[in-house]
Write a protein that binds this ligand. Structure first.
Ligand code: GLU
Length: 290
């Protein structure tokens, strides 16, 4: 008997084929739900209309079935969730926490003196624009994203003490200021990952989030959004990332072999899932904050 029914999810972005790292995440999330008699959901994170492909969705469904994983209920597609994201953005807007950002990637890069990694923090170029300037640019059709004013957001939620619990890391104090003024509404997509994932995990009643440790810091952002939007905070399990023989994390950009390629060569998906459950020899599992 659990305090609340366990609901987990696997939430891939259909911007490429799945690899072994995805399989590991999916198996862990699936088994957590099944071992508790709970529900395992599948959500397709296709907010990015230019990079998402139906053929990737088909391959994802086939891969999961091949691994022997079954999910409960209908698959939720984020491309159908525009109204929910707009409602959340409207609430944050009403709280005075969003500002339009007109910057291009090149402008942001040029403003940063030191070399930064992909997770570099937005330098706040558009935060100080006057209301008149903002209105003029929007009226002039300059494309813009909407960013969260993180300092204000944190000031507003400070009293609540932003904590979250991780099955492996323990109790974690969220430090969203380190993530800066993240984008919540993108120029080219319905919403940003941060907004969509927070809204949807709550809407689907997800109680346990299982995902790679590369998203550990993102949880700080999700935690502040939960506080602002009055959403529950799930329990988290940020698992280690699988690494390839070269010691690098498996990722699309590192040319990790796809599950589909193994499946089409006649590989045994259920046996692969069992090996992942056991912590397989020959596959390094490294804890990294990539
Ligand atoms: N859609 C994200 C990805 O494919 C995962 C989201 C999550 O698990 O929070 O990387």
């Amino acid at each position: 008997m659990t305090v609340r029914d366990v609901v987990t999810r696997f939430a891939p972005s259909p911007t490429g084929r799945l690899h072994l790292g995805h399989a590991y995440s999916a198996v862990l999330a699936h088994d957590l739900a099944r071992s508790a008699g709970g529900r395992f959901l599948l959500r397709i994170e296709d907010i990015d209309g230019t990079r998402s492909r139906a053929e990737h969705v088909d391959a994802i469904l086939a891969d999961l079935t091949w691994l022997g994983l079954d999910w409960d209920g209908a698959v939720l597609f984020q491309s159908t969730r525009e109204a929910a994201y707009a409602a959340a953005l409207g609430r944050l807007q009403d709280m005075g926490l969003l500002y339009p950002c007109f910057c291009t990637r090149a402008e942001i890069a040029a403003s940063q003196s030191a070399p930064h990694g992909p997770e570099s923090v937005y330098p706040g170029l558009c935060r100080g624009l006057s209301a008149t300037e903002r209105a003029a640019r929007i009226a002039g059709g300059v494309s813009h994203a909407w960013r969260l004013d993180m300092a204000r957001a944190v000031a507003l939620t400070e009293g609540e003490g932003l904590w979250w619990s991780d099955a492996l890391a323990g109790r974690v104090r969220a430090d969203p200021l380190t993530q800066g003024d993240v984008v919540l509404a993108r120029k080219d997509a319905l919403a940003s990952y941060h907004l969509a994932v927070t809204v949807d995990d709550a809407a689907q009643g997800v109680t346990h989030i299982v995902r790679g440790v590369d998203l550990f810091a993102a949880t700080d952002v999700h935690r502040v959004l939960q506080a602002l939007l009055g959403l529950p905070t799930p329990l988290y399990r940020h698992h280690a990332l699988l690494t390839g023989p070269n010691g690098r994390r498996l990722a699309k950009r590192n040319d990790a072999p796809t599950l589909e390629s193994v499946r089409l060569q006649g590989g045994d998906g259920r046996a692969l899932a069992s090996r992942l459950r056991a912590g397989p020899p020959g596959i390094g599992i490294g804890r990294q904050n990539a």
